[in-house]
Design a protein around this ligand. Structure first.
Ligand code: 536
Length: 356
């Protein structure tokens, strides 16, 4: 039976187990460049036994950063510092992944420890773009400029160039960030997207930007490597994007060569509230997986090894992503193996073996 510590092969890539470290923004880059913090943060978690390490939301253009501290991959100078991290991650037996992102109308914000509100341009912020000129709300009240067709084409080229650089940097797993109220998700949402051209209105039009971007990225990202998409599978509000739409979109993305849907939710509507109970995305993941016939990863308040194992055994997801619990314990996968009495126990790094 398939379980948490059964390897998973997608295309030419095999994860040693079904535990992934979810992308987590560190807000610690300068001009998008990765540094020793990122090496240690990701490296320690690769040594901790995860099968997959997905680097944080990495901006395809400078104006696509959530904060001035976000990671970036819009220039060639970003590649080597990321490649150094990926060499280390691979040497620990983990697969390095990257999440390509554009923050849309949520860009130009202060780092969380500086309050997360939008930054005025004179305070280090910048002009934002989005499908429509509607502010997110709350502290994110900058009104974005509605994208022209030229903007749309340019951002799509940015995603493609970022995917090419990701390959050069040694990533073996690529995720498009189409969740949490950032640019790709804003196009999906009938609330954020009020366009009257080919990119707004009907389901077909709202999904066009993501489908075109996916196709363009798939054309440069090797067929042999996994391409995944993170979706907010519901916006948790009446009149917003729904799980039913997510299922239909997942089927279409599968045809375009997407290998896995990373199931999340929310982030698109300021006032929306998610249930936020352990594993609250699991039923959403199960629906996408069963109804769209595509592999899924699931994230969200999964902290217990037995819970993670059951999710995989029950066929509710193919990969379990941990984020905050991985901050609490970078060695969570090794601890989980022991708790679940996995036989044979996966080895801790040789350097730790006598103490483990
Ligand atoms: C969690 N977060 C996701 C972020 C950054 C801030 C926190 C991201 O994707 N870059 C989140 C989950 C669900 C909805 C909103 C935010």
């Amino acid at each position: 039976m398939v379980h948490l510590f059964a390897p998973l092969t997608i295309k030419s890539i095999t994860l040693r187990n079904r535990i992934g470290v979810s992308p987590m923004c560190m807000y610690s880059s300068e001009d998008g460049v990765a540094n020793d913090w990122h090496l240690v943060h990701l490296g320690v978690r690769a040594a901790g036994g995860a099968g997959l390490i997905i680097a944080e939301a990495t901006a395809v253009a400078p104006e696509g950063r959530i904060t001035p501290g976000d990671a970036g991959i819009w220039a060639d100078k970003h590649v080597e510092p990321l490649a150094r991290i990926n060499r280390f991650v691979k040497a620990q037996g983990a697969v390095p992944g990257i999440q390509l992102a554009h923050a849309g109308r949520k860009a130009s914000a202060a780092r969380p420890w500086d309050g997360s509100a939008h930054l005025a341009n004179i305070a280090g912020g910048w002009d934002t773009i989005a499908p429509s000129a509607i502010a997110f709300g709350g502290g994110l009240d900058k009104v974005p400029r509605a994208m022209t067709r030229e903007d749309i084409a340019r951002v799509q080229r940015d995603f493609v160039a970022a995917a090419q650089r990701s390959l050069t940097a040694g990533y073996a797993w690529l995720e498009l960030h189409a969740a949490h109220g950032y640019l790709l998700q804003e196009f999906l949402s009938p609330l954020a997207n009020q366009r009257t051209d080919d990119y707004g209105g009907s389901f077909e039009n709202r999904t066009r930007f993501l489908r075109e971007t996916t196709e363009a990225v798939r054309a440069v990202w090797p067929e042999s490597l996994p391409l995944t998409v993170r979706l907010s599978t519901t916006e948790w509000v009446e009149g917003g994007w729904t799980i039913e739409e997510s299922v239909v979109l997942a089927r279409q993305l599968k045809v375009l060569g997407v290998d896995l849907i990373d199931v999340s939710s929310g982030g698109g509507v300021h006032a929306a509230r998610a249930p936020s109970t352990p594993g609250f995305h699991v039923p959403l993941s199960e629906r996408v997986r069963r109804e769209a016939g595509i592999a899924t990863a699931v994230v969200g308040l999964i902290t217990k090894p037995a819970h993670a194992d059951q999710i995989v055994r029950d066929g509710q997801a193919d990969v379990v992503l941990i984020a905050r619990e991985s901050l609490r314990d970078p060695n969570w996968p090794l601890r989980a193996a022991r708790e679940l009495k996995v036989d044979p126990l996966p080895a801790a790094p040789v350097q730790y073996a006598r103490g483990w």
